[in-house]
Design a protein around this ligand. Sequence first.
Ligand SMILES: Nc1nc2c(ncn2[C@@H]2O[C@H](COP(=O)(O)OP(=O)(O)OP(=O)(O)O)[C@@H](O)[C@H]2O)c(=O)[nH]1
Ligand SMILES: [Zn+2]
Length: 363
Amino acid sequence: MLTALGWDASLAAAYASACSSLRGGSSAPDGVQLAPARVARVDRGASEVLTAQGPLRVEHAAAVLEAGRIDPTTAPCVGDWAVVRGGEVPRLVALLTRRTAFVRLGSAPGTSAGQVLAANVDVALVVEPLDPQPHPGRVERLLALAWESGARPLVVLTKADLVPDAEALRDEVAAAAPGVDVVLASSWTGKGLDVVAAYATPGTTLALLGPSGAGKSSLLNALSGGDVARTGATRADGKGRHTTVSRELVRLPGGATLIDTPGLRGIGVVAGEQALEQAFADVAALARRCRFADCGHGVEPGCAVLEAVEAGELPERRLHSWRKLEREARWVARRQDARAQAQERNRWKAVHKEMRRSGRARP
Ligand SMILES: Nc1nc2c(ncn2[C@@H]2O[C@H](COP(=O)(O)OP(=O)(O)OP(=O)(O)O)[C@@H](O)[C@H]2O)c(=O)[nH]1
Ligand SMILES: [Zn+2]
């Protein structure tokens, strides 16, 4: 059961070391039962997790809550692997290090450090509808986010049954997705679902990204054979009642796991420079051939990027899209710098205050 959720030897090792440090502390003395679990859904201060024994509702331990208050990115999120402690009220006592993460940054300067929307995603399904028409710019943005998270992207063009020129549209989108498979799919006819299923190997975690109406729910249903187990866990308060919750992490029949969480659906995360290098690998390769290393691809002579646009090899739209995302990335980097500096200042303020305090206290 845990293996189907993606459990493997390296997670087992991380789990073992987390357990020994918990036992070293007071969180779980010998004899108290600890178990690994995967977070399927988070409610304020509690989670529904999947354990080897099945679903379980757990409260977040005080230390987990406190860490989340100081740094929201450490708060449990769907997809996390966790250590849970048994007992009358089962608790989530620690998280294992994330392999990948979709992080939403604080939306305004001075706000908190952000929030993790989904963790440990291996494959990001960028879902874009062919009807009314696909937007390459939107696909580019989501691809950048996927690369940023550490997951491998796959573009799924849905509603292929509705358009006569699906192949041509696919080529257009593929030009915006270097190094990424772009598959024509229909949840109605089943077209392309085999390609998606080939990515959904046992133990793999997939996630759905894409705008409202793109066909994400339909795709999820088609992949799961319309048989998504969304029944909830037995309540931890002992009432034994089955609550029906909409679980955001579901198991697919082939042995993969799929994350579909509202936060990811309408994602407004900004990608960093490195992710943009991947999402715009073709533009980056051209830019390396410009005559000047610091070419702004505007008015400089010998600009390989502009030459490619003029030759019709690079869509101008794609150059604009790249510029826009680059500007955003720089803006975020500056803001993070400012935030880091502010934190450093606060840290020193605290140190000085402490020095003054202990100075006064001295006889
Ligand atoms: N013809 C056709 N219609 C589809 C297909 N997939 C989805 N639809 C329709 O497109 C509409 C939106 O599909 P959903 O699966 O609800 O889209 P979603 O991405 O989950 O949308 P949100 O829940 O708003 O994020 C629905 O009316 C579906 O019936 C498809 O492959 N072919
Ligand atoms: Zn240039």
